[in-house]
Design a protein around this ligand. Structure first.
Ligand SMILES: Nc1nc2c(ncn2[C@@H]2O[C@H](COP(=O)(O)OP(=O)(O)OP(=O)(O)O)[C@@H](O)[C@H]2O)c(=O)[nH]1
Ligand SMILES: [Mg+2]
Length: 340
Protein backbone atom coordinates (compact mmCIF):
# COMPACT_ATOMS: atom_id res chain seq x y z
CA UNK A 1 0.00 0.00 0.00
CA UNK A 2 1.35 3.39 -1.05
CA UNK A 3 1.51 5.32 2.20
CA UNK A 4 2.87 8.83 2.09
CA UNK A 5 4.49 10.90 4.79
CA UNK A 6 6.76 13.48 3.21
CA UNK A 7 8.43 14.72 6.39
CA UNK A 8 9.63 11.41 7.85
CA UNK A 9 13.09 11.75 6.29
CA UNK A 10 13.80 15.23 7.59
CA UNK A 11 16.76 14.83 9.97
CA UNK A 12 17.01 16.42 13.37
CA UNK A 13 17.97 20.05 12.94
CA UNK A 14 20.81 20.99 15.33
CA UNK A 15 21.20 24.30 17.13
CA UNK A 16 24.21 26.40 16.06
CA UNK A 17 26.09 25.40 19.21
CA UNK A 18 25.45 21.70 18.66
CA UNK A 19 26.57 21.94 15.06
CA UNK A 20 29.75 23.81 15.94
CA UNK A 21 30.58 21.51 18.86
CA UNK A 22 30.17 18.33 16.85
CA UNK A 23 32.17 19.67 13.91
CA UNK A 24 35.10 20.98 15.95
CA UNK A 25 35.20 17.91 18.17
CA UNK A 26 35.20 15.59 15.16
CA UNK A 27 37.91 17.74 13.54
CA UNK A 28 40.14 17.54 16.60
CA UNK A 29 39.92 13.74 16.50
CA UNK A 30 40.54 13.42 12.77
CA UNK A 31 43.54 11.28 11.99
CA UNK A 32 46.37 12.69 9.96
CA UNK A 33 48.66 10.61 7.79
CA UNK A 34 52.11 11.56 9.04
CA UNK A 35 54.79 12.26 6.44
CA UNK A 36 57.89 10.10 6.44
CA UNK A 37 60.02 13.19 6.85
CA UNK A 38 59.88 14.50 10.44
CA UNK A 39 59.41 18.10 9.46
CA UNK A 40 57.61 20.12 12.22
CA UNK A 41 56.19 22.71 9.83
CA UNK A 42 54.91 20.10 7.40
CA UNK A 43 53.30 18.10 10.22
CA UNK A 44 51.63 21.23 11.61
CA UNK A 45 50.27 22.14 8.19
CA UNK A 46 48.85 18.66 7.62
CA UNK A 47 47.18 18.66 11.03
CA UNK A 48 45.56 22.06 10.63
CA UNK A 49 44.47 21.41 7.03
CA UNK A 50 42.85 18.15 8.11
CA UNK A 51 40.96 19.99 10.86
CA UNK A 52 39.75 22.67 8.47
CA UNK A 53 38.64 20.07 5.91
CA UNK A 54 36.90 17.87 8.49
CA UNK A 55 35.05 20.71 10.23
CA UNK A 56 33.91 22.37 7.02
CA UNK A 57 32.79 19.19 5.31
CA UNK A 58 30.87 18.06 8.38
CA UNK A 59 29.06 21.38 8.71
CA UNK A 60 28.30 21.84 5.03
CA UNK A 61 27.33 18.18 4.73
CA UNK A 62 24.85 18.47 7.61
CA UNK A 63 23.37 21.68 6.21
CA UNK A 64 23.03 20.22 2.71
CA UNK A 65 21.49 17.07 4.07
CA UNK A 66 18.85 19.01 5.99
CA UNK A 67 17.97 21.09 2.93
CA UNK A 68 17.99 18.04 0.68
CA UNK A 69 15.59 16.09 2.91
CA UNK A 70 12.99 18.84 3.02
CA UNK A 71 10.44 18.06 0.31
CA UNK A 72 9.37 20.60 -2.32
CA UNK A 73 6.45 22.12 -0.47
CA UNK A 74 4.47 23.07 -3.56
CA UNK A 75 4.57 19.45 -4.77
CA UNK A 76 3.13 18.03 -1.56
CA UNK A 77 -0.36 16.66 -1.16
CA UNK A 78 -2.55 19.62 -0.02
CA UNK A 79 -3.14 18.01 3.40
CA UNK A 80 0.57 18.03 4.20
CA UNK A 81 1.06 21.38 2.47
CA UNK A 82 -1.62 23.03 4.62
CA UNK A 83 -0.18 21.42 7.74
CA UNK A 84 3.26 22.71 6.73
CA UNK A 85 1.99 26.27 6.37
CA UNK A 86 0.13 25.91 9.64
CA UNK A 87 3.41 25.28 11.42
CA UNK A 88 5.82 27.33 9.34
CA UNK A 89 5.71 30.84 7.96
CA UNK A 90 6.30 30.38 4.26
CA UNK A 91 8.30 33.61 3.71
CA UNK A 92 10.47 32.92 6.73
CA UNK A 93 11.02 29.36 5.50
CA UNK A 94 12.20 30.53 2.07
CA UNK A 95 14.58 33.02 3.69
CA UNK A 96 15.93 30.32 6.03
CA UNK A 97 16.61 27.91 3.16
CA UNK A 98 18.38 30.62 1.15
CA UNK A 99 20.48 31.80 4.10
CA UNK A 100 21.53 28.26 4.99
CA UNK A 101 22.57 27.59 1.42
CA UNK A 102 24.53 30.83 1.31
CA UNK A 103 26.26 30.08 4.62
CA UNK A 104 27.19 26.63 3.40
CA UNK A 105 28.80 28.02 0.22
CA UNK A 106 30.62 30.67 2.19
CA UNK A 107 32.11 28.06 4.54
CA UNK A 108 33.28 26.00 1.55
CA UNK A 109 34.92 29.08 0.08
CA UNK A 110 36.55 30.02 3.37
CA UNK A 111 37.86 26.48 3.84
CA UNK A 112 39.60 26.62 0.45
CA UNK A 113 41.03 30.02 1.22
CA UNK A 114 42.35 29.02 4.67
CA UNK A 115 43.78 25.73 3.42
CA UNK A 116 45.75 27.70 0.83
CA UNK A 117 46.95 30.12 3.50
CA UNK A 118 47.97 27.31 5.87
CA UNK A 119 49.88 25.67 3.02
CA UNK A 120 51.91 28.76 2.44
CA UNK A 121 52.50 29.66 6.08
CA UNK A 122 56.04 29.87 7.34
CA UNK A 123 55.79 28.62 10.95
CA UNK A 124 53.77 26.03 12.92
CA UNK A 125 52.42 28.89 15.10
CA UNK A 126 51.03 30.59 12.03
CA UNK A 127 49.24 27.40 10.88
CA UNK A 128 47.60 27.14 14.30
CA UNK A 129 46.59 30.81 14.28
CA UNK A 130 45.05 30.48 10.82
CA UNK A 131 43.08 27.37 11.71
CA UNK A 132 41.75 29.09 14.86
CA UNK A 133 40.81 32.12 12.80
CA UNK A 134 38.93 29.83 10.41
CA UNK A 135 37.05 28.24 13.33
CA UNK A 136 36.14 31.68 14.64
CA UNK A 137 34.73 32.76 11.30
CA UNK A 138 32.81 29.53 10.81
CA UNK A 139 31.37 29.77 14.32
CA UNK A 140 30.11 33.27 13.72
CA UNK A 141 28.54 32.31 10.37
CA UNK A 142 26.74 29.38 12.01
CA UNK A 143 25.60 31.44 14.99
CA UNK A 144 23.99 33.87 12.55
CA UNK A 145 21.83 30.96 11.40
CA UNK A 146 20.21 30.57 14.80
CA UNK A 147 16.76 31.81 13.70
CA UNK A 148 16.94 29.95 10.39
CA UNK A 149 17.74 26.61 12.01
CA UNK A 150 14.96 27.25 14.48
CA UNK A 151 12.49 27.71 11.61
CA UNK A 152 13.56 24.43 10.03
CA UNK A 153 13.46 22.57 13.32
CA UNK A 154 9.71 23.22 13.37
CA UNK A 155 9.42 20.90 10.37
CA UNK A 156 10.43 18.07 12.66
CA UNK A 157 7.08 18.39 14.39
CA UNK A 158 5.42 17.50 11.10
CA UNK A 159 7.08 14.11 11.26
CA UNK A 160 4.43 13.22 13.80
CA UNK A 161 1.62 13.50 11.28
CA UNK A 162 0.14 10.20 10.17
CA UNK A 163 0.82 8.66 6.77
CA UNK A 164 -1.97 8.25 4.27
CA UNK A 165 -2.73 6.55 1.02
CA UNK A 166 -4.50 9.25 -0.95
CA UNK A 167 -5.79 6.85 -3.59
CA UNK A 168 -8.40 5.37 -1.31
CA UNK A 169 -11.11 7.04 0.78
CA UNK A 170 -10.40 8.47 4.20
CA UNK A 171 -13.15 8.36 6.80
CA UNK A 172 -12.96 10.99 9.52
CA UNK A 173 -14.66 10.10 12.78
CA UNK A 174 -16.17 13.05 14.58
CA UNK A 175 -18.44 13.77 17.52
CA UNK A 176 -18.24 15.28 21.02
CA UNK A 177 -15.61 13.98 23.46
CA UNK A 178 -16.21 10.55 24.99
CA UNK A 179 -18.95 9.47 22.61
CA UNK A 180 -16.97 6.43 21.44
CA UNK A 181 -14.87 7.66 18.49
CA UNK A 182 -11.70 5.78 19.41
CA UNK A 183 -13.69 2.65 20.17
CA UNK A 184 -15.32 2.96 16.74
CA UNK A 185 -11.93 3.20 14.99
CA UNK A 186 -10.71 0.12 16.86
CA UNK A 187 -13.81 -1.81 15.84
CA UNK A 188 -13.53 -1.18 12.13
CA UNK A 189 -9.82 -1.21 11.50
CA UNK A 190 -7.91 -4.44 11.39
CA UNK A 191 -4.45 -3.77 12.71
CA UNK A 192 -3.70 -1.49 15.64
CA UNK A 193 -4.28 2.04 14.39
CA UNK A 194 -1.17 4.10 13.67
CA UNK A 195 -0.92 6.64 16.46
CA UNK A 196 0.46 10.03 15.48
CA UNK A 197 0.43 13.47 17.09
CA UNK A 198 -0.81 16.74 15.78
CA UNK A 199 2.20 18.98 15.52
CA UNK A 200 0.45 21.69 17.53
CA UNK A 201 -1.01 19.75 20.47
CA UNK A 202 -0.21 16.70 22.52
CA UNK A 203 -3.38 14.94 21.41
CA UNK A 204 -2.89 11.85 19.30
CA UNK A 205 -4.49 11.27 15.93
CA UNK A 206 -4.94 7.65 15.00
CA UNK A 207 -5.32 6.16 11.57
CA UNK A 208 -6.68 2.68 11.04
CA UNK A 209 -6.82 0.67 7.86
CA UNK A 210 -10.04 -0.91 6.77
CA UNK A 211 -9.49 -4.13 4.90
CA UNK A 212 -12.24 -6.08 3.16
CA UNK A 213 -11.97 -9.35 1.22
CA UNK A 214 -11.15 -7.07 -1.74
CA UNK A 215 -8.12 -5.68 0.11
CA UNK A 216 -7.23 -2.34 1.66
CA UNK A 217 -10.30 -0.22 0.91
CA UNK A 218 -10.31 2.75 3.25
CA UNK A 219 -8.57 4.53 6.08
CA UNK A 220 -10.25 5.74 9.20
CA UNK A 221 -9.02 8.72 11.16
CA UNK A 222 -9.78 9.68 14.72
CA UNK A 223 -9.20 13.40 15.22
CA UNK A 224 -9.64 14.10 18.93
CA UNK A 225 -9.84 17.74 19.81
CA UNK A 226 -10.69 18.98 16.33
CA UNK A 227 -14.19 18.00 15.31
CA UNK A 228 -15.64 17.66 18.80
CA UNK A 229 -16.69 21.21 19.55
CA UNK A 230 -18.88 23.82 17.89
CA UNK A 231 -17.13 26.20 15.51
CA UNK A 232 -17.18 29.17 17.91
CA UNK A 233 -15.11 27.26 20.48
CA UNK A 234 -12.12 26.72 18.22
CA UNK A 235 -8.98 28.75 18.05
CA UNK A 236 -7.23 29.89 14.88
CA UNK A 237 -4.75 27.04 14.71
CA UNK A 238 -7.50 24.44 15.15
CA UNK A 239 -9.54 26.08 12.41
CA UNK A 240 -6.55 25.94 10.08
CA UNK A 241 -6.01 22.30 10.97
CA UNK A 242 -9.64 21.62 10.06
CA UNK A 243 -9.00 23.29 6.71
CA UNK A 244 -6.11 20.84 6.24
CA UNK A 245 -8.42 17.92 7.11
CA UNK A 246 -10.72 18.99 4.30
CA UNK A 247 -8.05 17.84 1.88
CA UNK A 248 -8.59 14.25 2.94
CA UNK A 249 -10.96 12.86 0.34
CA UNK A 250 -13.73 10.64 1.64
CA UNK A 251 -16.47 11.25 4.18
CA UNK A 252 -17.32 11.59 7.83
CA UNK A 253 -18.96 9.53 10.51
CA UNK A 254 -20.58 11.62 13.22
CA UNK A 255 -21.24 9.86 16.50
CA UNK A 256 -23.84 10.97 19.02
CA UNK A 257 -24.16 9.55 22.53
CA UNK A 258 -27.91 9.67 23.25
CA UNK A 259 -27.33 8.66 26.91
CA UNK A 260 -25.28 11.82 27.52
CA UNK A 261 -22.93 9.58 29.56
CA UNK A 262 -20.17 11.30 27.58
CA UNK A 263 -20.80 14.40 29.67
CA UNK A 264 -22.31 16.47 26.86
CA UNK A 265 -26.00 17.17 26.38
CA UNK A 266 -27.80 16.05 23.26
CA UNK A 267 -28.30 19.71 22.30
CA UNK A 268 -24.60 20.37 22.57
CA UNK A 269 -23.81 17.33 20.44
CA UNK A 270 -26.31 18.44 17.80
CA UNK A 271 -24.66 21.83 17.80
CA UNK A 272 -21.31 20.13 17.10
CA UNK A 273 -22.98 18.21 14.27
CA UNK A 274 -24.24 21.49 12.77
CA UNK A 275 -20.70 22.86 12.89
CA UNK A 276 -19.19 19.77 11.32
CA UNK A 277 -21.77 19.85 8.53
CA UNK A 278 -21.08 23.53 8.01
CA UNK A 279 -17.35 22.88 7.74
CA UNK A 280 -17.62 19.83 5.54
CA UNK A 281 -20.36 20.98 3.19
CA UNK A 282 -21.16 18.53 0.42
CA UNK A 283 -19.19 15.77 2.12
CA UNK A 284 -20.99 12.52 2.75
CA UNK A 285 -21.73 12.29 6.49
CA UNK A 286 -23.25 9.30 8.27
CA UNK A 287 -24.80 10.08 11.64
CA UNK A 288 -24.95 7.29 14.21
CA UNK A 289 -26.13 6.93 17.80
CA UNK A 290 -23.66 5.11 20.04
CA UNK A 291 -23.93 3.25 23.35
CA UNK A 292 -27.21 1.61 22.36
CA UNK A 293 -26.38 -1.12 24.89
CA UNK A 294 -27.06 1.32 27.72
CA UNK A 295 -29.42 3.80 26.05
CA UNK A 296 -33.08 3.69 27.11
CA UNK A 297 -35.94 3.66 24.61
CA UNK A 298 -36.73 7.26 25.57
CA UNK A 299 -33.19 8.43 25.07
CA UNK A 300 -33.02 6.83 21.65
CA UNK A 301 -36.41 8.20 20.64
CA UNK A 302 -35.54 11.69 21.83
CA UNK A 303 -32.38 11.68 19.73
CA UNK A 304 -34.19 10.30 16.69
CA UNK A 305 -36.87 12.98 17.02
CA UNK A 306 -34.26 15.71 17.09
CA UNK A 307 -32.62 14.19 14.03
CA UNK A 308 -35.85 13.95 12.06
CA UNK A 309 -35.30 13.91 8.32
CA UNK A 310 -31.84 12.44 8.74
CA UNK A 311 -30.93 8.81 8.16
CA UNK A 312 -29.60 7.70 11.53
CA UNK A 313 -27.64 4.52 12.28
CA UNK A 314 -27.13 2.95 15.69
CA UNK A 315 -24.18 1.12 17.17
CA UNK A 316 -22.50 -0.21 20.24
CA UNK A 317 -18.81 0.44 19.86
CA UNK A 318 -17.90 -1.56 22.95
CA UNK A 319 -18.98 -4.78 21.29
CA UNK A 320 -18.65 -3.50 17.72
CA UNK A 321 -22.33 -3.96 16.92
CA UNK A 322 -23.63 -2.00 13.92
CA UNK A 323 -20.30 -0.42 13.01
CA UNK A 324 -19.72 -2.28 9.75
CA UNK A 325 -23.08 -1.09 8.40
CA UNK A 326 -22.06 2.51 9.11
CA UNK A 327 -18.78 2.16 7.26
CA UNK A 328 -20.44 0.37 4.33
CA UNK A 329 -23.04 3.12 4.04
CA UNK A 330 -20.41 5.83 4.15
CA UNK A 331 -18.28 4.13 1.51
CA UNK A 332 -21.37 3.77 -0.67
CA UNK A 333 -22.09 7.51 -0.33
CA UNK A 334 -18.45 8.33 -1.02
CA UNK A 335 -18.47 6.25 -4.20
CA UNK A 336 -21.74 7.89 -5.30
CA UNK A 337 -20.37 11.38 -4.70
CA UNK A 338 -17.25 10.54 -6.67
CA UNK A 339 -15.04 11.48 -3.74
CA UNK A 340 -12.50 8.73 -4.22
N1 LIG B 1 -21.69 1.28 27.13
C1 LIG B 1 -20.96 1.74 26.14
N2 LIG B 1 -19.85 2.45 26.41
C2 LIG B 1 -19.10 2.89 25.37
C3 LIG B 1 -19.46 2.66 24.02
N3 LIG B 1 -18.53 3.23 23.22
C4 LIG B 1 -17.62 3.79 24.03
N4 LIG B 1 -17.97 3.59 25.34
C5 LIG B 1 -17.24 4.08 26.50
O1 LIG B 1 -17.21 5.50 26.45
C6 LIG B 1 -15.95 6.00 26.87
C7 LIG B 1 -15.34 6.85 25.78
O2 LIG B 1 -15.03 6.04 24.65
P1 LIG B 1 -13.93 6.48 23.59
O3 LIG B 1 -13.98 5.50 22.49
O4 LIG B 1 -12.64 6.71 24.26
O5 LIG B 1 -14.56 7.88 23.17
P2 LIG B 1 -13.89 9.06 22.30
O6 LIG B 1 -15.00 9.70 21.57
O7 LIG B 1 -12.77 8.53 21.51
O8 LIG B 1 -13.37 10.04 23.43
P3 LIG B 1 -12.33 11.26 23.22
O9 LIG B 1 -11.16 10.75 22.46
O10 LIG B 1 -12.01 11.67 24.63
O11 LIG B 1 -13.08 12.35 22.51
C8 LIG B 1 -15.12 4.79 27.24
O12 LIG B 1 -15.20 4.60 28.61
C9 LIG B 1 -15.78 3.65 26.47
O13 LIG B 1 -15.61 2.43 27.14
C10 LIG B 1 -20.66 1.91 23.77
O14 LIG B 1 -21.08 1.65 22.63
N5 LIG B 1 -21.34 1.47 24.88
MG1 LIG C 1 -10.72 9.13 21.51
Amino acid sequence: MALEQPFRKVPKVPSPDQLIDVAFRRASRATVRMPTKRDRLLIAKLKEITKIKTASSLITGRLKNIRGCIPMIEDLHPFYRDMFYLMINSDRFKIAMARISKASKLIEKLAKEYIARVRSSLTPTETLRLRREFYGRVASIIKELDDDLQVLSNIEKLKRLPSFNFNIPIIIVSGAPNVGKSSFVKCVSTAEPEIADYPFTTKSVSVGHIISPRGFIAQIVDTPGLLDRPLEERNKIELQAIVALKNLEGGLVFLIDPTEACGYSLEYQLNVLRSVKEMFKERPIVVALTKIDIATEEQLQRALDKLKGERVFTCNTLECVGVKEIVDELLRLVRMSGRN
